[in-house]
Design a protein around this ligand. Structure first.
Ligand code: ZN
Length: 510
């Protein structure tokens, strides 16, 4: 703002001064008498006054425009907890289905530990299922970020595995706490000192034994056995500003029906055991939660079908994002060509990159749900399935102000339960580029251009740079062949589809 105002002022001042000089020259030649110098001074003062007033007015108008411009551009959704944390996703899809999400930070040492952990998890699972390549086995790992302060961050990983021979999947929790400034990793003994295990055992038992899940004697006995004062029972913890939360292994505290329990203990209750730097827990302001923002101003409607009758249409769809650099580059290409597309985003990634989703929506693209963590929904209990669907609707709504109107189940895996719980039309595809597998822009380009027809829905993944490179060529090439690139809602509506909840669409040929 400052720069613009100065620029305006200087520019205008120079012009006016030039005019004044010319005027003064002519005048001097015509009327050359004694009072001239005085008059000139007066006039100069007057003109200077006008110049200054004009400059101030123009600067003020400029400032107003500039402020409005700021208001209309994509604002940042504030989330202190996630600040400076990126999310990486490994998503592979043969008979074996793998979706592993893990964080990346500003610290290279920490990143090495995190990436190794993710890669080891994938490798171990592949080795485990290697002997049964035709089974539909699944690995999913998601994480949540917690923050003690600017430097000290905890990640809680939830690893879920499901095997064809298993009735239910298995969940395992792992938590890690790092100092992003030093690269140090903290174990519990780095946070607490003295006889803290006895204290934790006592405090955790006091909280858990009153919960309804532990309402009989056998369950109370199993609970006590799982909470004895041993380091193994309290190894998974996350730190927040005011509290430490312990995660327990699936069967640590009893049978399946008491799985996934957590206990949060206020740090002030542990103040006699806290070590530096945790001892000096500063009890000032509480960090604000990330706010919902109003929807972006008047984005082009993703359902407007005016002018599409009789046109050749194609819907490009991009799954598994948003991605901070790749999705941004893709949006630039689409904008340049005036093309529209649909993004089936993962709820877990939306939380890290809300600004990119807002930008996509604002530029006329459709935001669909690809669920939270990319799990095969057909293998989940109804409750877990609904969580994957509904928490993503909530994340999208919080980000762009409206609920998504279409969804795509991970791996395209569908059953009656998914159709019933989706609550919106289900979008599959007619062209599978397999871009995630080959990571080759030429191959993706050739595949789309040789298979496309009027009404195609094309499946791609905007977390891969090769796909974004391919799309930069596909979009103008399709336009050159007379295609209009539309959102899936536009395609379906333009071809007389009804967008009823649970209806499955893979293409909309004329
Ligand atoms: Zn996917």
């Amino acid at each position: 703002m400052k720069r613009l105002r100065n620029k305006t002022k200087t520019h205008l001042g120079a012009e006016e001064t030039a005019e004044l000089t010319d005027f003064a020259k002519v005048h001097q030649q015509r009327k050359n008498h004694r009072t001239y110098q005085e008059n000139r001074k007066k006039r100069r003062r007057k003109v200077l006054k006008i110049v200054v007033i004009t400059a101030v007015v123009i600067a003020a108008i400029g400032a107003i425009f500039w402020l409005n411009r700021d208001k209309n551009s994509v604002p940042t959704i504030h989330s202190e907890t996630l600040e400076g944390i990126d999310i990486e996703s490994i998503i592979e899809w043969g008979n074996t289905r793998i979706a592993v999400h893990y964080p990346r930070t500003k610290n290279a040492t920490v990143n090495k530990i995190l990436a190794d952990f993710a890669e080891e998890t994938v490798k171990d699972f592949k080795n485990e299922v290697n002997n049964y390549p035709n089974n539909r086995d699944e690995l999913n790992m998601s994480f949540k970020t917690y923050r003690y302060n600017e430097d000290i961050v905890s990640f809680a990983f939830d690893k879920y595995t499901s095997h064809e021979w298993q009735a239910n999947g298995t969940n395992t929790s792992t938590a890690m706490t790092f100092n992003l400034e030093t690269g140090n990793q903290y174990e519990l003994k780095d946070v607490l000192a003295g006889n803290y295990l006895d204290e934790l055992s006592k405090l955790a038992l006091a909280q858990l034994k009153t919960r309804p899940e532990f309402n009989d004697q056998d369950k109370q006995a199993a609970l006590q056995a799982g909470l004895t004062a041993e380091i193994d029972n309290f190894k998974s913890f996350v730190l927040e500003k005011d509290e430490i939360t312990f995660l327990f292994d699936q069967y640590q505290l009893g049978a399946r029906d008491v799985a996934n329990q957590r206990v949060s203990i206020p740090l002030k209750d542990l103040k006699n055991f806290l070590k530096k730097p945790f001892k000096s827990a500063d009890e000032s302001e509480s960090s604000p939660e990330s706010d919902s923002l109003p929807p972006p101003a008047n984005p082009p409607s993703p359902t407007d079908i005016s002018g599409l009758a009789g046109k050749k249409l194609v819907a490009l769809t991009f799954d598994d994002g948003p991605h901070p650099t790749n999705t941004s580059a893709l949006l630039n290409s689409l904008k340049q060509e005036g093309a529209r597309a649909t993004f089936f985003v993962l709820g877990t990634r939306v939380d890290y990159y809300p600004d990119i989703v807002r930008r996509a929506y604002q530029e006329g693209h459709q935001i669909g749900s690809h669920t939270r963590n990319h799990k095969d929904l057909t293998k989940l209990s109804a409750g877990d399935r609904q969580y994957e669907i509904n928490s993503t609707i909530a994340s999208i709504q919080k980000t762009i102000g409206i609920r998504p109107t279409t969804m795509r189940p991970p791996y395209g895996a569908l059953n009656q339960g998914v159709k019933a719980d989706a609550g919106m039309p289900i979008i599959l595809w007619s062209i599978d580029t397999e871009d995630w597998k080959y990571r080759n822009a030429n191959r993706v380009y050739n595949h789309v251009m040789s298979h496309v027809r009027d009404g195609s829905i094309v499946l791609m993944h905007d977390i891969h740079p090769t796909t974004v490179q391919a799309a930069a060529r596909i979009v103008p090439a399709l336009k050159a062949q007379g295609y209009t690139l539309v959102t899936v809602d536009q395609l379906i509506l333009a071809r007389g589809g009804n967008l009823n909840p649970g209806t499955v669409y893979s293409s909309m040929y004329p």
